[in-house]
Design a protein around this ligand. Structure first.
Ligand SMILES: NC(=O)C[C@H](N)C(=O)O
Length: 330
């Protein structure tokens, strides 16, 4: 038929979660329900697209791994290279959904829509949010307006960019937000409507390639707090970290206890990127000592997304200027 062909790749999560009671919203088993059951719960999706489904894995997304990211990205790239696939929907747990979305944003080589979707209430709950979220994700993936917008996340009738969206609430169905940078659009009574798009490089404008990438480099995140903790930094170095994301205070500020240890790491060739534990705003160049110590600035990426960009950057180069340019452009 003339409808677009959409493939739904299922990875697990609460959207496929099954609880023992229909009022339970925690303490259930994520990923227990298979792709066919998910698709059958939203027969209306067939009005928008020809749908097929694949079960890629069945995990609680708290347990996401880079091996699954590589498998998923390669599968998405294979499917989108086919003329008979017009878009992809990925069902995913919400805990690490933003990370998987950003990884794909940087590694998918197509401008066809890729839409991630999850749910906060298990499929067995009263007023489960999964079926409407999944229907909306199909509506977005099937819509021409979604072409070339980078990887998208639809939840709670909102469309957000993979780069800027984050889980903001541990429990509510309105958890996914792009605070301050803002929502890209809405699903308005069933119709996806876009109001803006990200200016940052992604998908077909991304230089990253997974060809010959079998593993991602080890890049831990060190979280700043009163007292600092240089023990963790030294342990990361000992364990062979190629890069370190420092989730600093404020504008990526580094505790004086940590600064020396990070400077030693940077002097040994480990790429240190300052990010922030604050939800909004960019981490930009500040202290001259950070410049002298070769710490890079993470911009508006949160620490878990800065980690992904640095991991991919390290598959290409260890050059400080080149990596800083990536943080300025992606
Ligand atoms: N709401 C959810 O999907 C949470 C679940 N722990 C997951 O990330 O798989």
């Amino acid at each position: 038929s003339s409808k677009p062909n959409i493939v739904i790749l299922a990875t697990g999560g609460t959207i496929a979660g099954s609880a023992s009671s229909d009022t339970a919203t925690t303490g259930y088993k994520a990923g227990a329900i298979g792709i066919d059951t998910l698709i059958n719960a939203v027969p209306e999706a067939k009005n928008y697209a020809n749908i097929s489904g694949e079960q890629l894995c069945s995990i609680d997304s708290k347990d996401m791994t880079s091996q699954i990211w590589l498998k998923l990205a390669n599968r998405v790239n294979t499917l989108l290279a086919q003329d008979n696939v017009d878009g992809i929907v990925i069902t995913h747990g919400t805990d690490t959904l933003e990370e998987t979305a950003y990884f794909l944003d940087l590694t998918v080589k197509s401008n066809k829509p890729v839409v991630l979707v999850g749910a906060m209430r298990p499929a067995t709950a009263i007023s489960a949010d999964g079926p409407m979220n999944l229907l909306n994700a199909v509506r977005v993936a099937a819509n021409k307006q979604a072409v070339g917008k980078g990887v998208l996340v639809t939840m709670n009738d909102e469309i957000n960019s993979a780069r800027d969206v984050t889980k903001t609430n541990t429990l509510t169905t309105s958890t996914f937000k792009a605070p301050e940078l803002g929502v890209l659009g809405y699903i308005e009574d069933g119709t996806p409507v876009f109001y803006r798009e990200s200016t940052r490089r992604n998908t077909i404008n991304s230089d990253f390639s997974l060809e010959n990438v079998m593993n991602l480099p080890y890049v831990p995140i060190i979280y700043s707090h009163a007292d600092g903790d240089s023990i963790l930094i030294d342990a990361a170095v000992k364990a062979g970290a190629q890069g370190i994301i420092y989730a600093g205070t404020g504008n990526g500020s580094v505790h004086k206890t940590d600064e020396e240890a990070l400077a030693r790491a940077a002097a040994a060739g480990i790429i240190v990127v300052r990010s922030s534990r604050v939800t909004n705003g960019a981490v930009i160049q500040s202290e001259q000592s950070y410049v002298d110590e070769h710490f890079l600035n993470g911009g508006t990426l949160n620490p878990q997304k800065a980690r992904i960009l640095l991991q991919l950057a390290l598959t290409k180069t260890h050059d400080l200027n080149k990596i800083q340019t990536m943080f300025n452009e992606y």
